[in-house]
Write a protein that binds this ligand. Structure first.
Ligand code: NAD
Length: 460
């Protein structure tokens, strides 16, 4: 007979740039999740009853607290996630901007007045109640804020589960919310395993909406669980986005921008343009221009201001990424430090459409380059994966830019640039990349359900 061992009450965090353990974090139990949800339920009722201006003011105070802690949050992210300090500062400031933006929502969540005979018909945006937000390890604080800021603005309480590997900035954001005066229990960060904490968000009857960002395989299970509880779910999942370079593009600009579009955050980015599709007539020239851009990509200590890319998140993730090079045709690579961190040099491989590297999400600094023949071929190849999150196209032909951007089945596209995320524009994926949209002007409304009320005015 084997005795089942209870999991340790804590888990240990590793600095990805050194491989050294540096902190233990609590592993919450189902009972602790239930207690957080019960407290959230009570806090939500008072929060939703506040005047819109009071909720707006509270969120602005939270934003100011985050602004005051940008350096502290950034340093935590460098240590916990290996993000370069410049990126980490941007991410922390972005959280404050997202809070400020959705602080404008409580006073703008207007319903409708619909003409109906014999009375007045109006709609109200009612908050769901408690919202469960489950986030991955690649952008721990920004992705969390895309959920909690509009959810709180719409009058909900939030329970947030950070990824096991990277909980520190989320935990600090939870403390900052309290320091800024948000009611206790309104925004609670619960650290622990996905199969315990995350799964309990899905099954708990008082969590009325779930926002999940992570892998497609777990996302499908989360959606199935939410279906059983009849609760809405937003899914932000994987990607295999195409960067399409037409012969008429400014090739110098396209090649210079390509490394940033795939190697940012060491390729651990759901929007990574991890396939570069190049029109055959300029394929060789493009590769010549791409090589110096890749070898010039600075991989090193994330604490340095001039570092472009830090390490991968963990030793096991590095082996997964390395596995994608089995049998691959490597064209050229950049460099990476030696040593104990989870380093991986940026790598460019030449691929065919059916290759594993051209189909599966790597989530690391490897890009596949494929040639195409004409516009129709480019569209066909761009759409030739299960995913549909992001993408870019480079062309000087306006008509082509319009045609191709309408034909590529992705939620977020960019012409002659690689921008994906602006908090005031919608973000999300098609096909296996997700369900629903985050950010943009309508996100707070997505955390409400519409109530219709008819007031009879005719004398009976
Ligand atoms: P993951 O699916 O393993 O985990 C994501 C989160 O889900 C973690 O917090 C994890 O603890 C939790 N989880 C795990 N099992 C669960 C379960 N059974 N029930 C509930 N929650 C559970 O993903 P990851 O490895 O942390 O992140 C990488 C993936 O996230 C990539 O595929 C990437 O493309 C995707 N991603 C997507 C977006 C987007 O916006 N589309 C953004 C970032 C990352």
């Amino acid at each position: 007979m084997t005795l089942r061992q209870a999991p340790a009450p804590t888990f240990t965090l590793i600095d990805p740039s050194t491989g050294a353990a540096f902190r233990d974090v609590p592993r919450a139990t189902v009972e602790e999740v239930d207690a957080a949800v019960a407290t959230a339920l009570v806090a939500q009722r008072s929060w939703a009853a506040l005047p819109p201006l009071a909720r707006a003011d509270a969120l602005r105070a939270f934003a100011r607290a985050v602004e005051g802690a940008v350096e502290e949050l950034a340093q935590l992210e460098v240590r916990n996630s290996g993000h370069p300090i410049g990126s980490a500062r941007w991410e922390a400031a972005h959280v404050a901007q997202v809070l400020n933006f959705y602080a404008g929502a409580p006073e703008r969540l207007s319903g409708q007045q619909i003409p109906v005979a014999g009375g007045l018909d109006v709609t109200f945006h009612e908050p769901y109640g408690v919202v469960g937000i489950i986030v991955p390890w690649n952008f721990p604080m920004t992705i969390a804020s895309w959920g909690f800021a509009p959810a709180l603005a719409a009058g909900n309480a939030v329970v947030l589960k950070p990824a096991e590997l990277t909980p520190l900035t989320a935990v600090r954001l939870g403390e900052l919310a309290l320091e800024a005066g948000l009611p206790a229990g309104l925004f609670t960060v619960v650290t622990g395993q996905g199969s315990v904490v995350g799964e309990r968000f899905v099954t708990h009857p008082d969590v009325r909406k779930v926002v999940f960002t992570g892998s497609t395989s777990v996302g499908v299970d989360v959606a199935a669980g939410c279906a059983r509880g009849l609760k809405p779910v937003t899914l932000e999942l994987g990607g295999k986005s195409a960067n399409i370079v037409f012969a008429d593009a400014d090739l110098g600009k396209a090649a210079a921008a390509a490394p940033g579009a795939v190697f940012d955050n060491a390729g651990q980015d759901c929007c990574a343009r991890s396939r570069i599709l190049v029109e055959r007539s300029v394929y060789d020239r493009f590769l010549e221009l791409l090589e110096p851009a890749v070898t010039g990509w600075r991989v090193g200590d994330p604490r340095n201001d001039d570092t472009d890319m830090g390490p991968l998140i963990s030793a096991s993730h590095r082996s997964t990424v390395e596995g994608f090079l089995d049998g691959a045709s490597v064209a050229f690579r950049g460099s990476a430090p030696e040593g104990d961190g989870f380093w991986f040099a940026p790598t460019v491989v030449l691929a065919q459409p059916g290759d594993r590297i051209a189909q599966e999400e790597v989530f690391g600094p490897i890009v596949a380059v494929l040639p195409f023949d004409d516009e129709a071929d480019a569209i066909r190849l761009a759409n030739d994966t299960i995913y549909g999150l992001a993408g870019s196209l480079w062309t000087e032909n306006l008509g082509r830019a319009m045609r191709v951007s309408r034909a590529v089945r992705s939620g977020v596209l960019s012409v002659n640039s690689h921008s994906s995320v602006r908090y005031w524009t919608p973000f999300g994926g098609m096909k296996a990349s997700g369900l629903g949209r985050e950010l943009g002007p309508d996100a707070a409304e997505h955390f409400t359900e519409t109530k219709n009320v008819f007031f009879a005015t005719d004398p009976s």
